[in-house]
Design a protein around this ligand. Structure first.
Ligand SMILES: [Zn+2]
Length: 430
């Protein structure tokens, strides 16, 4: 049944109208960056791109990609396309592998962010009478701020607790009657674990009904575990600092990820050749921000692998649908000639009875190649039962069933993997 949409006009316009709007906005964007930013102008001149090069949407393929290296080269404000004076807010990535990516916003950009986040949270089912516990880390990181802006635009009550101090999270959640939790999926499980240690039942002792999770890749199987444990509906959020933060994609109640393509133009490419792929094929997501002012990204390579389809969803939205992220091309591992993504290993693990939600994939360097093993925590009950070699064998069989690959599994005592209040570290190198 069709539902009430946050922005009916833009979320359900016919595909042909959406494409017209995208083309109009793309032309304006290319003209704007060409005239306002000397680096873009230089880059376009070198590849003989002029603002009038864009006649149809497909002409975007003539424009070179924007990569993380470009962003680092022009750190912090080299790619800004407005006066610095017009910027009212700045965010940045963690910068764990070099200089951080900086995201500056004009007043209109902040309003756009609030709008697409309201659209996303509304699509998840958040309403003005909800109380949202915002357990993403506040700081330079975009996550917490995006959720706050969107939830407040809807009129929900936002509890700005930030991440960490898990016992306090539980007290506040109970005392304030929180209905919606916003954090990384792995942190939601850690909160559940600590609640259980305090003698509480996550599914019965709280008013929580909705989870709005993101900033981490998690499998469909992990989603089911979280939903069962908390007794909630859990939704995925996808976005990137380079594009705006969260708010690029909205998950509807049918759990389809609708790309807010009136603002973020999606393309799918072959990650090796850079060639454009057809709808339905799997490849790397590339996005162009059509309406951002301060820091537009043109053909930004996300390194995230997914597919895109253009089908009309039961929810009534016509916005194109993105699959769940299969993995980052950076996380792709080749083991004995087989391509392996961490999400596939997670999916296998979650099938095994008696497993907790905590595991680590261990990459061990041997010369030029890696070998993989998995360390998995059984639940407390399963650990006490003993015969852990049976448990290990079951996990190995499940991995083999999915990947056709023998990977050694070690059962390790419960709570031996460090818990994270933000992004969980699922892959370690030894
Ligand atoms: Zn839908």
């Amino acid at each position: 049944m069709a539902e009430k949409l946050w922005d009916f006009k833009n979320e359900s316009m016919p595909l042909s109208k959406l494409k017209e709007l995208q083309l109009k906005r793309l032309k304006e964007l290319i003209h704007r960056v060409y005239t306002k930013n000397k680096y873009y102008k230089k880059k376009f001149d070198e590849t003989k791109i002029k603002p009038d090069t864009i006649r149809i949407l497909k002409d975007i393929e003539k424009i070179p990609f924007l990569t993380k290296q470009d962003l680092r080269a022009y750190y912090p404000f080299g790619l800004v396309c407005t006066e610095l004076d017009e910027i009212i807010e700045v965010h940045a990535s963690s910068g764990t592998t070099g200089k951080p990516v900086v995201g500056p916003y004009t007043r209109n950009d902040v309003e756009l962010w609030a709008e697409v986040m309201a659209r996303s949270l509304w699509a998840n089912g958040l309403r003005s009478n909800d109380i949202l516990q915002n357990a993403y880390g506040y700081g330079l990181f975009t996550g917490a701020h995006g959720f706050e802006k969107g939830a407040q635009k809807i009129g929900a009550m936002v509890i700005t607790i930030s991440s960490g101090n898990t016992e306090r999270q539980i007290d506040i959640m109970k005392d304030f009657g929180v209905t919606t939790l916003a954090c990384t999926p792995s942190y939601s499980l850690h909160i559940a674990e600590v609640a259980e240690e305090k003698g509480l039942s996550p599914s019965d002792d709280f008013l929580l009904r909705l989870g709005t999770f993101g900033a981490e890749s998690w499998s469909e199987e992990m989603r089911k575990k979280i939903e069962e444990r908390w007794g909630i509906v859990a939704h995925e959020h996808y976005g990137l600092t380079e594009l705006i933060g969260p708010g690029v994609v909205s998950e509807c109640r049918y759990k389809k990820l609708h790309i807010n393509a009136d603002h973020f133009y999606p393309e799918l490419i072959d990650p090796d050749t850079g060639e454009t792929l057809e709808p339905g094929e799997e490849g790397e997501l590339v996005f162009t921000t059509l309406t951002k002012e301060a820091f537009p990204a043109i053909r930004f390579r996300t390194k995230d692998l997914a597919s895109i389809t253009e089908e009309i969803c039961e929810c009534g939205r016509t916005l194109p649908i993105q699959s769940r992220i299969k993995g980052r091309s950076d996380d792709m591992m080749k083991v004995k000639g087989v391509i392996v993504f961490p999400s596939q290993i997670e999916a296998a693990l979650m099938q095994v009875p008696g497993i907790s939600d905590n595991y680590q994939i261990v990459k061990t360097k041997q010369g030029d190649t890696y070998s993989l093993s998995v360390e998995a925590e059984p639940s407390e009950d399963r650990f006490r039962e003993g015969h852990l070699d049976d448990f290990e064998k079951k996990v190995e069989q499940e991995i083999y069933r999915i990947l056709n690959l023998h990977i050694l599994v070690h059962a390790i005592p419960p709570k031996s993997i460090p818990r994270s209040t933000g992004k969980a570290k699922r892959i370690i190198e030894r």
